[in-house]
Design a binder for this molecule. Sequence first.
Ligand code: EPU
Length: 302
Amino acid sequence: MRISEPKVVAALPDLGVELCPGTPLAEHTSLGIGGTTDLLLVHEHKHLPELVSLLDRHAIPHRLLGGGTNLLVADGELPWVVLQRARSGHDVILEGNFALVDAAADLGRTVTYCAKNTLGGMEGLIGVPGTVGGALRMNAGAYGMQIGSYVREVKLYRAVQGKLETLRGSQISFEYRHTSFAPDDIMLSVKLELPSKPFREILEGIRVCNEKRRSSQPLNQKSAGCIFKNPPGASAGLMIDALGLKGHRVGDACVSERHANFFVNTGRATAADMLALIADVRERVRAANGAELENEVIVWKD
Ligand code: EPU
């Protein structure tokens, strides 16, 4: 979608917003898939509410892109513009056991920065790509931990109500890859409370998690992490593998040879290829096990 309304285009610089016309989202997603639209790069998050209301007033549909690492975006010209926070240099402030983190901060860098300052707990998240805001929304987790356990406060913009709000951790429900945030909530920042640990101990935890991840996941290929959530008490990867589906493909969308719940783009896969592969694998698992696999990956289709 192209922003053609001159009043909107003219207002963007005052809001610290950079307009990147006709941006291929394939360049902004870890799957390397996604059509074209105008990308609005937001340099200062204080202007986000104003930007959202400007777009709403002019009936311009919009979506917020985090790190693009758990996302499958449709092909072709997209029917909405995309907002993305520009990274700021200074995105983590430490106060005792609290880390105040900008939602646009890189998750891995945040974990490492806290570790260097002897704040641990998030070792399992090392190697999970994306932003802190994205991790928060999905309650990212690995190796027995989840980010939600450390959240004490979240500042967000509730686009539907048009208001800024601060939620205490206890007001938010963090479940397995699911949270109680509304779809239109825009995370601004989070306060995490992390346990103090000796640096060496955190480093060792990080090393072990990195090693496990390297040996079981296709880290050097284009993917969105796990495609399906694990059904209660079961493993989607194990079920897909047991059906002999590693290497199964639609076009260049392929079930990873390394981890069957990772679907990789081996070349020029389209969203249509990836969606067809997802539907096919889901159907095969349903036929074989009676299990209904639910997407973990977020799909932006319409
Ligand atoms: N397995 C297979 N074949 C495969 C994949 C897995 O036999 O192709 C087996 C493994 O050997 C293991 C079991 O299935 O016995 C579970 O596999 P794994 O330990 O890799 O964990 P997972 O349940 O597949 C989850 C998360 C990952 C997270 C890892 C490590 C989900 C959907 N996935 O994977 O998160 O990194 O545990 O904690 O919850 C993600 O969310 O995108 C993600 C990658």
